[in-house]
Design a binder for this molecule. Structure first.
Ligand SMILES: [Zn+2]
Length: 133
């Protein structure tokens, strides 16, 4: 790598660090809005086939400490992944104040279970509205 390329690479990395630092401090709805735009663009650029619908989505992976665990031996139950739903701003024109994923629902169109910061959400896979509880 030439000195010029190395300098360019370092500047890009600083820029990336800045972006990561900034985005890490954003409220969850703001972060999701940006990620939705990025993931939608990436999904649209994927090769699409008539027989499948594939999209990038954000998710939360979680697992619980097993009842068999002891203080010295952590045993975990199976991990599950839940997709993160987007805020349905038709219901929240001023935005949402909630910053916690405390709402859950299942998309009636595609069957995906989502977790969200808002009761009225958008399925990240098919784009249908999902009412969460
Ligand atoms: Zn759906």
């Amino acid at each position: 790598m030439s000195r010029k390329d190395l300098k360019r690479e370092r500047e890009a990395l600083r820029s990336q660090d800045y972006l990561i630092d900034r985005m890490s401090s954003w409220r969850v709805p703001d972060f999701l809005d940006v990620m939705r735009e990025i993931l939608d663009r990436r999904s649209a650029s994927r090769e699409q086939y008539d027989f499948e619908q594939t999209n990038y989505v954000l998710g939360i992976a979680s697992r619980m400490l097993s009842e068999d665990a002891s203080a010295d031996d952590k045993v975990w139950d199976a991990t599950s992944v839940t997709a993160i739903g987007y805020v349905d701003y038709d219901h929240y024109p001023g935005g949402v104040g909630m910053d916690l994923f405390c709402q859950e629902g299942t998309c009636s169109e595609c069957g995906l279970t989502i977790i969200s910061v808002a009761k009225n959400s958008i399925c990240p896979h098919c784009g249908d509205t999902v009412y969460c509880t």
